[in-house]
Write a protein that binds this ligand. Structure first.
Ligand code: BGC
Length: 780
């Protein structure tokens, strides 16, 4: 775990000035570079020491049998796990016979900087070998946001004091040895040697390796090209064997002389393309990268990010750590989705192998909301991935005896990968989450082509699922029984409020969309009777409420359960899932993560402010936040209920989840949903942003320590900038036609002519809610 501050607090960079080998795996996640297609963990250039070597290609996975001690009908039989593909980032260095290895000799200076504006990871270090030769090493690394197959490293070495003989070995390495599993079910299963060699090639400065996964049959090709600059008599040789391709550069450097290697790496994979086609594909990607050269890639990266930040930046005055954290968060959320292009956005992005590289509902409910308002093109792509997996979702529904499509709880390629059905298959809400993301994206962009070509079918098939999963009782009330909501400490329960409210919106959205697209509806066989049945179910949806307590129930009967014995639960017994049986968690009032509280954000039209505050006060003392998906949701509702101080504490928890390694598992990869939640806590929490049928509304209010919060969102081809101070909010339309929004309920039309300024009304004072003992967020 990262205990003391590991990174300098700076607005646009994450900088480490000391190398701590104990937290190497964490920093590899923090310094990971990705474009959503290729992911490189922040491993040291020389490959070792490492915490977890990681190079990933989105979608490349291996399949493995899912064994059950007691099998049951409909259990998924085959699981998928992300694999570490051929590593193109390795540059080993030999200085006067000594390998440059930071475990030996003396590290005189070390600095690594993740530059959020330029999208590069820079490293400088000065090292004295055990035999006394000193060198200065500089490297800059990027994973290109503009050329999705490409990553690159510029590596430079220079002797200090005396001349040195240096050898740089630039490599492609397949089947790297991985450290063993640490026993945490949330980490990945490590597959040793997952790649079978098919071709290796080295000639002049070009290298290439092609492999194939054993069972999933995916072909992976990685190629590299180099530009070498050094003194006269610098020599190069290259060679390859099935798992390693290597360019060796040798030179004798006088003080003041430098040896520089620019390495361009291209990646490709396919389940269908032939070996020659894959070799050609990566060679072509490499040719394109070489055409621009190292500097060209750096410039393009900068231009891409300039554009992103002009649409997406969040400014926070008064808390420098949160300022840094929200930019770090936005950067990683962008990296996770930017070029995913019809592939999943995994819970860890491409920063580590945690959760086996699976994507969950995290994508639609945490990541896509941020991208919808900052980089909407990537949202359409992520939802097209779901669309492309519809056949497997339809098959799954049929297998379960249901209609429409049942999307998987966790997956890489589209089939259900959860072997634990109470918190897997039974978490049907993922289907409504996907529908919600479709509706949100179309409302924010007006992309009717997407709605027609992709959205209609997703909405219809998920509505069909709900209609068949639920039933009308003899009073006509519609129930969805035996499902698991977001809170994984309750399972297979009746009428989960979050699920029912989200399913209701799903059913209504499907009924509306088929009216707008009658030809699509006809193609899908939807008739008036079917869409009327969706509306009936939606209107009759049961939402459990305890009148005596005046609160909504997380699911029917929840408030009657015995409370968890919080007083006798020790701090070291959290997370509860690692210390208590699910059997006991399921039958008590204890909440792993925001569930009803999330519903009050996503379906806010259903709850007025008073009800929201009452529900929040009831669920706070039960919520233990054993999932990183919780704090951000609690921040949003705490802010709405006027508990600004508490909201601030939660926002900080979401924001620092990985920079401070709060859950002690950043080593397995970043918590992309919690990073996205940082934006959510600030924009939806303190900015009070919500989306309704008639557009965006804001109800901004700042906690005492934040003096100013400013953010830009993209909405219907416009950029709207919102700036909040303690007493007033300013809305400025940066481009596009006038837009009507709401400020604390009051309609307001903003145009590019002049910003609109409105006063911020004070929050209604309410008693501060309590958290379970030991589970209050850290006070900021
Ligand atoms: C949470 C899920 C989440 C998953 C992946 C679990 O701990 O309970 O809601 O989807 O992690 O982030």
């Amino acid at each position: 775990m990262i205990t003391q501050r590991s990174y300098a607090v700076e607005p646009w960079t994450v900088r480490e000035t000391e190398l701590n080998l104990d937290v190497l795996a964490q920093s590899e996640s923090v310094f990971a570079l990705s474009n959503g297609h290729v992911g490189w963990r922040g491993n040291l250039d020389e490959g070792e020491p490492h915490g977890l070597p990681g190079s990933y290609l989105n979608g490349v996975h291996e399949v493995h049998p899912l064994p059950y001690a007691e099998a049951g009908y409909g259990y998924p039989e085959s699981g998928q796990t992300v694999i570490n593909v051929t590593n193109g980032k390795v540059l080993r260095l030999l200085v006067d016979d000594e390998p440059f290895d930071l475990r030996y000799g003396k590290l005189v200076g070390h600095e690594r900087t993740l530059d959020l504006r330029r999208g590069v990871l820079e490293r400088t270090c000065e090292w004295t070998s055990p035999t006394g030769s000193t060198v200065r090493v500089r490297s800059t690394r990027l994973v290109s946001l503009t050329q999705r197959a490409v990553a690159a490293v510029a590596y430079e070495v220079e002797p200090v004091g005396n001349r040195a003989r240096v050898v740089i070995q630039s490599e492609l390495v397949a089947n790297e040895q991985l450290p063993g599993s640490n026993g945490d079910p949330r980490a990945a299963m490590a597959l040793q040697s997952p790649l079978e060699p098919e071709e290796d090639f080295a000639s002049d400065r070009r290298l290439r390796l092609v492999h194939r996964t054993r069972r999933s049959g995916l072909r992976v090709a990685v190629a590299a090209d180099h530009v070498v600059t050094g003194p006269e008599r610098t020599t190069t040789t290259s060679e390859s064997n099935p798992d390693v391709a290597r360019l060796t550069v040798t030179s004798v450097l006088e003080p003041g002389q430098r040896l520089r290697v620019e390495k361009l790496v291209a990646h490709g994979w396919s389940g269908a393309r032939s070996l020659p086609a894959m070799s050609d594909q990566v060679d072509a990607a490499l040719a394109a990268a070489a055409h621009d050269g190292w500097q060209g890639l750096v410039d393009e990266q900068q231009a891409y990010l300039d554009d992103f930040w002009s649409r997406a930046d969040v400014e926070v005055d008064g808390d420098e750590e949160i300022q840094q954290a929200v930019r770090f968060a936005l950067f990683h959320v962008l990296q996770a989705g930017a070029r995913a292009e019809q592939r999943a956005i995994p819970a860890k992005g491409l920063t580590g192998s945690g959760y086996d590289g699976h994507a969950f509902w995290d994508t639609e409910m945490f990541v896509l909301p941020v991208l919808t308002y900052t980089a909407p093109g990537s949202v359409a792509e992520a939802l097209r991935w779901r669309y492309n997996t519809l056949d497997s979702a339809r098959e799954r529904a049929a297998q379960l005896g249901l209609e429409g499509a049942a999307f998987p709880w966790r997956t890489i390629a589209g089939s259900e990968g959860s072997a634990y059905w109470p918190a897997g298959t039974a978490a049907f809400h993922v289907n409504a989450d996907i529908a919600n993301a479709v509706v949100r994206y179309v409302a924010a962009t007006g992309d009717t082509d997407f709605e027609r070509d992709t959205g209609v079918e997703l909405l219809v098939e998920t509505a069909r699922l709900w209609r068949s999963l639920g039933h009308h009782d003899h009073h006509g009330t519609f129930h969805i029984d035996g499902v698991t909501g977001p809170d994984e400490y309750s399972a297979v329960a009746d009428d989960n409020t979050y699920t029912n409210l989200m399913a209701r919106e799903n059913l209504l959205a499907a009924a509306d969309v088929v009216e707008r697209h009658p030809r699509q509806a006809e193609r899908l066989g939807v008739d008036d009777e079917e869409s009327a049945a969706w509306r009936d179910a939606a209107e009759a949806m049961h939402i459990p409420y305890n009148r005596e307590l005046g609160v909504h129930e997380q699911h029917a009967g929840f408030t009657r359960y015995q409370r968890w014995d919080f007083a006798n639960t020790r701090p070291d017994q959290y997370p509860l899932l690692l210390n208590f049986p699910y059997f006991d968690l399921y039958r008590k009032q204890v909440v792993k993560q925001a569930d009803l509280v999330l519903a009050m954000y996503t379906c806010d039209g259903y709850f007025d402010d008073e009800q929201t505050a009452r529900n929040f006060a009831y669920y706070e003392p039960l919520t233990v936040r054993d999932s990183s998906l919780s704090a951000c949701c609690q921040a949003v509702i705490a802010a709405q209920a006027g508990h600004l101080r508490l909201a601030y504490d939660y926002a900080a928890e979401a924001a620092l989840m990985d920079l401070a390694d709060l859950e002690h598992n950043t080593r397995d990869g970043l918590h992309i949903a919690s990073l996205a939640g940082t934006w959510m806590a600030l924009v939806a929490g303190f900015g009070g942003m919500r989306r309704h049928d008639d557009g965006l509304s804001f109800a901004p209010r700042l906690p005492e320590k934040i003096r100013r919060l400013a953010f830009t969102v993209r909405f219907l081809d416009r950029r709207l900038r919102v700036e909040v101070h303690a007493d007033k909010a300013t809305y400025a339309l940066l481009d596009g036609a006038p837009l009507t929004i709401r400020h604390h309920g009051e309609p307001l039309t903003v145009s590019t002519d002049e910003p609109a300024v409105r006063a911020v009304p004070p929050a209604k004072p309410r008693p501060a809610p309590e958290q379970p003992p030991h589970r209050a967020p850290s006070r900021r």
